[in-house]
Write a protein that binds this ligand. Sequence first.
Ligand code: NAD
Ligand code: MG
Length: 360
Amino acid sequence: MSTLNVQLGDRSYPIYIESGVLNNGALLNRHIKGKQVIVVSNTTVAPLFMERLCASLDPALQVSQVLLPDGEEHKTLAVLEQIFDRALQDNHNRSTTVLALGGGVVGDMAGFAAASYQRGVNFLQIPTTLLAQVDSSVGGKTGVNHPLGKNMIGAFYQPQAVFIDPDVLDTLPPREYAAGLAEVIKYGLICDPAFYEWLQHHRDDFVARDKTVLGEAIKRSCAAKARVVAEDEREGGVRAILNLGHTFGHAIEAAQGYGSWLHGEAVSAGMVLAARLSVNQGWITDAEVARLVQWLEAMSLPTAPPDNMSVDTWTEHMLRDKKVIDGRLRLVLLEQIGKACIVDDLPQAELEAFVATFSP
Ligand code: NAD
Ligand code: MG
């Protein structure tokens, strides 16, 4: 088993990465403080893993289950209430533990429920998608969507522990798996050139979902995220580099209608755009971008945006991004492969000319 620590003072917590961690009752139970547990999952994930998880929990615990409907469209305040309803109906008190079993949608919703139920209760994460294992379960961002914007209602709330089982990825649909890989590759690009090389070296192992290689990649990704989050928990500065490809990516997701492109797919194309814009600054080379593109393609990830987005559509969606501060768009670009930087002084005209090259 590998154990990492997210260093956040008195809110520090461990990330355990181990094949079969779902069956490791001794470890799981050690992190449950009170006598009550609310397991939050969804209708797709629960049939796969709920029984195994519950069999690992101490039989003396009072366990309630909440199965949310599956899908980003259900990441709403209305659906969140199902968690509070169950918690209150089953008399969960302030020492209860909320345990998230699922992908990023379940994790974000369960985390926000844990942050707000009785003003905050214990929270544990068991992420079951690659994206949730390397990204959303670490760092403490929780919340739900609003009809007027994604993730607009939420809280920073760190879990007390994260349990990652690479074995659960066996059942993940191919597109979801590839979408998670895009975020893995992102860590190499923004802050770890050696990891970037290692990932490329193992690209066939990723296609084959080799568990040893996946475990190592998850560990190095979580370590990268943990380092960045420890430095800047609330995204006042360096945490923004985690958004490489995301400003372009969010514009793609929003313009195409959420759900048609997966987030990781949009990030994949967005990273290529950020890389191309970095070439225009003279920072990285065309050959480096070509190598990235070829690799992402081998992972079945998109490397170009859809060709139906006008310059106005691009700029409108990019300026609506949460990364805009006082009207200034902050873009994450690549100073080098393996080193991201934040650029907030790119002339609007240059950005427009750039996206125009991808527009109809
Ligand atoms: P998701 O939670 O919707 O999961 C994707 C699909 O895979 C779902 O249908 C789910 O039911 C299914 N699934 C999950 N585990 C499975 C398994 N082991 N086998 C088979 N199917 C499985 O999507 P996601 O990509 O995990 O997460 C996306 C969400 O995460 C978005 O809402 C996004 O806003 C959020 N997010 C949050 C953060 C953060 O820092 N909190 C970071 C990135 C993304
Ligand atoms: Mg992301």
